[in-house]
Design a protein around this ligand. Structure first.
Ligand code: HEC
Length: 247
């Protein structure tokens, strides 16, 4: 019996390991923790909306189709058509960027990369921290810089929400100027808590985008655990039955 219990504990452990973050390096700073929850459908839906409205103009997610996303996130084809279909004509289309790659390269110097796998290659905590770390920099061509991605060619597309940040520097023990903290110079339409929540939703969505089958796997995983729990009872009763004459 004890062995069986152990087995359940061992099998059950990975399902508890959803959260991402920890002490990862994000350029000049440590990454902030982000609470990823692919079971939070409302958050995934809000993230999808931000992504389609504010990111697809430059970036693609060309491994994903609109209707697949809608299906996974519980959004009907009609609603996808009405609210999320800006850069395509049909719900079965792939999520391609509005801006042609060559134009983007002329415009920004580098083409905005496809974001399908960004939460896997960079990790969710990195993406979350990056989206909150743009600051005004008069020396950069776009007018923006980022503590996570120094001299990034991407402008801060959500500055109206977050407001304008300024990076305050301090001297470290060797007298070198390093990043200390951000100061809001102009307040945005969201307060910091609301902005963090929106970026958590966006990161949650990008995590889903990196591995859509994960949602299905979690669902199946729960059924498997329920099955095992029920099975253990029968296995135990059977064992008792088999051994009762021997002991
Ligand atoms: C105006 C065009 C534009 C928009 C809109 C835009 N980006 Fe970008 N983004 C870029 C460019 C250009 C780069 C490449 C930056 C570089 O390599 O210096 C980039 C880079 C990135 C990177 C880093 C990729 C890497 O190299 O690891 C991430 C993450 C990212 N964008 C996320 C987003 C998200 C999320 C949104 C929507 C909120 C968004 N971007 C909207 C232009 C854009």
């Amino acid at each position: 019996m004890r062995k069986l219990l152990m087995l359940v504990v061992v099998l059950g452990l990975p399902t508890g390991a959803f959260a991402a973050g920890g002490h990862m390096s994000c350029g000049a700073v440590d990454c902030d923790r982000v609470d990823i929850d692919l079971g939070d459908q409302a958050s995934l839906q809000r993230g999808a909306r931000i992504f389609v409205n504010y990111c697809l103009s430059c970036h693609s997610a060309s491994y994903m189709r609109y209707n697949r996303m809608g299906h996974d996130l519980g959004i009907s084809d009609e609603l996808v058509k009405e609210h999320l279909l800006f850069s395509a004509d049909k719900v079965g289309d792939l999520m391609k960027a509005v801006m042609p790659k060559d134009d983007a390269r002329d415009w920004f110097g580098v083409a905005p990369p496809d974001l399908s796998l960004i939460a896997r290659s960079r990790k969710p905590a990195w993406v979350y921290t990056y989206m909150r770390s743009f600051y005004r920099d008069s020396k950069s061509p776009s007018g923006w810089n980022n503590t996570v991605f120094a001299h990034v060619a991407m402008p801060h597309v959500l500055y109206e929400w977050q407001g304008d940040q300024r990076a305050v520097l301090k001297k470290d023990k060797h007298g070198v100027e390093v990043f200390d903290r951000f100061e809001i110079e102009r307040v945005g339409t969201m307060n910091p808590k609301e902005y963090d929540r929106a970026m958590r939703d966006l990161t949650n969505f990008l995590t889903y985008l990196g591995e859509p089958a994960k949602l299905v796997r979690y669902r199946i995983g729960v059924y498997v655990l329920i099955f095992l729990a029920v099975f253990i009872v029968f296995a135990y009763l059977l064992k008792k039955e088999y051994w009762k004459d021997i002991h």
